[in-house]
Design a protein around this ligand. Structure first.
Ligand SMILES: Cc1ncc(C[n+]2csc(CCOP(=O)(O)OP(=O)(O)O)c2C)c(N)n1
Length: 320
């Protein structure tokens, strides 16, 4: 599906940025949960959302979601490093807490599943307020088997909510293969709830974007939820220093050969949208931007004990 050049370049930028982030953060901390091989999914789903749209991202790609919604890169990295300049003031263990004022919700407790319910709640609020804003809930194949996921989907269908469920199916949940955690097809579950469900090649950013465009149009028109299952693969470990004794090297190599970034680069060159030199220059700029943001965050202070105060836990005033 042909898109205008601004969208095509914007999605490439987001893919390249995600890869640059992965490399810098993964090198710094072996516990970084990387996204290598899944960049097409996150670029397609997080690119171009409106300010008032609400996103409950999967943790693998949450930083991309936050950046796409306008968060400051250095403050997100301060979150990763536990610094007081982080949006969460250094009170959480990671970067996954984007600022709620940018429409980023979920993952504050690190528990997989509940954010789907929060996203359904945001979609219900948009509907009750008569806004054409949408909610987006992104989750892994492992998370798709949680009860929270099924409850959120059922409520979304019953209430005709403006929400899109995207399963970032990378075919493994830590060390449990898809066949060990999911019976049947994830996309086919949509039928049981009464919403459209689509399986899409998650390594094809344009196919993903096409599915998203249709789901977004449907949600904004008040026609209800859609489930998109993006078939992709987690090329790196669950986290970077994962010993990975649960899968064989041939499988990884076969998927590495389907790298979504290399595939999209070829498309952009073939279509004359961007040049190889242009993309190389953009990649280099993004690596420099990521490194600079990381250096800034590294130099930021750690929180003092007052960060443990109850401030921000309760609202200062009751809302009318
Ligand atoms: C409710 C809950 N159960 C277990 C965990 C521990 N946990 C963290 S990541 C993970 C695997 C999730 O797999 P999946 O949803 O497929 O995401 P992926 O890591 O493959 O992107 C698990 C079980 C958790 N964070 N929350």
């Amino acid at each position: 599906m042909r898109k205008d050049n601004q969208v095509l370049e914007g999605m490439y930028r987001l893919m390249s940025l995600t890869r640059a982030l992965d490399q810098v953060l993964g090198k710094h901390d072996g516990h970084w949960h990387g996204l290598e091989g899944e960049e097409a999914v996150t670029a397609a789903v997080y690119y171009g959302l409106r300010d008032r749209d609400v996103v409950a991202p999967h943790y693998r790609g949450a930083v991309t979601a936050a950046l796409a919604k306008g968060a400051d890169m250095s403050r997100l990295m301060a979150g990763f490093l536990g610094k007081s300049t982080a949006y969460h003031k250094g009170r959480h263990r990671s970067d996954v807490c984007g600022p709620p004022e940018l429409g980023l919700i979920g993952l504050y407790g690190g528990s997989l599943g509940p954010p789907l319910g929060y996203a359904a709640g945001a979609a219900l609020a948009a509907k009750l307020d008569g806004r054409d804003d949408i909610a987006l809930a992104v989750f892994g194949d492992g998370t798709s088997s949680r009860g929270d996921c099924h409850e959120a989907m059922n409520m979304a269908a019953v209430q005709t909510l403006p929400i899109i469920f995207v399963c970032q199916n990378n075919q493994i949940a830590i060390s449990t293969p898809l066949s060990g955690g999911v019976g049947g097809s994830i996309a086919a579950r949509a039928d049981g709830f009464g919403m459209p469900g689509h399986t899409v090649d998650g390594n094809d950013v344009l196919a993903m974007r096409g599915a998203m465009d249709a789901a977004i149009a449907r949600a904004r028109a008040g026609e209800g939820p859609t489930l998109i299952e993006a078939r992709t693969y987690r090329v790196a470990g669950h986290f970077y220093s994962d010993a990975e004794d649960y899968r064989d090297a041939d499988e990884i190599a076969a998927w590495r050969a389907k790298d979504p970034v290399a595939r999209y680069r070829r498309y952009l060159i073939d279509e004359g949208v961007m040049t190889e030199a242009g993309m190389d220059a953009l990649d280099a700029d993004l690596v420099a931007e990521v490194n600079a943001a990381f250096e800034t965050a590294l130099a930021d202070p750690v929180p003092d004990a007052s960060a443990l105060d109850v401030a921000d836990v309760f609202a200062a005033e009751a809302r009318g």
